[in-house]
Design a protein around this ligand. Sequence first.
Ligand code: CP
Length: 300
Amino acid sequence: GRHFLSVEDMSNDDVMRIIDRGRQFKAGDAPRVEPGHVAINMFFENSTRTMTSFQMAEHRLGMKILDFDPGHSSVTKGESLYDSVRTVDAIGAEVAVIRHSTNHYYDYLLSTGMLGLSVVNGGDGSGQHPSQCMLDLMTIAEEFGHVDGLTVAISGDIAHSRVARSDAQILSRLGANVIFTGPREWMDRNVTRLGSMATLDEVIADVDVAMMLRVQHERFDAGPDFSATDYLQAFGLTSERAERMKPQAIIMHPAPVNRGCEISGHLVEAPSSRIFEQMGNGVMVRMAILEQVLQGRETK
Ligand code: CP
């Protein structure tokens, strides 16, 4: 399609097409779009991985990139997201990668039918993180050759996590057994209905993937009594729990990581960790996403 907004819009075939194309890029395949298309990355929430990997993907597709920094933009004078995006559209941006704290921000952007550019969602509030979902699925598919039948624990702050929401939808649709673990008050029925609930201790010996989520202090107040050490012992991936994992099982985390909170610090670089592979795969799936969006524009 012309936009890339939410995994809810994607069929299983759409997902597999992005993952397969990401793997082809990783194997060295050349882009199938003309160079010179113009991108702008508008990140109203901070980012290291998503922003730089979209930039890298844009470079590898031969795109031109316009600079945009919300803190030095006219957003500081009160210009709305809608008017900002219409402005960069008028200036000639063809693709805007947008991260914003408002869930479903793109519905309003597209509702007037006035935008010519394509919107790629780099994360909306606690809604969706569809490009993260694609890189997570690529990492799992690369590791195991399939998703169907795998047991995946998603652990931690389920309610506030756009990664949990996006990944659980696609994992369950592709036939994985998804188990949610973490504090009961951080569960959300809209997400946990996609799988089952357990404690990490109950399932750690059975999982193929332990996907640990960051405790997102910017999205809620964990309270004055929150202790990273206590959280790690109660809900996190400790050395003791990691030792109980199957030999072929892997550790994932979307990052940034709170070392010593949701995961013991040294496990980030353990042989079973795929955390940095996830980041590299992020460039590949973002090339696939942008290529597909550009192909949609070229054939318009
Ligand atoms: N995983 C992820 O979205 O990281 P950033 O917030 O650094 O982009």
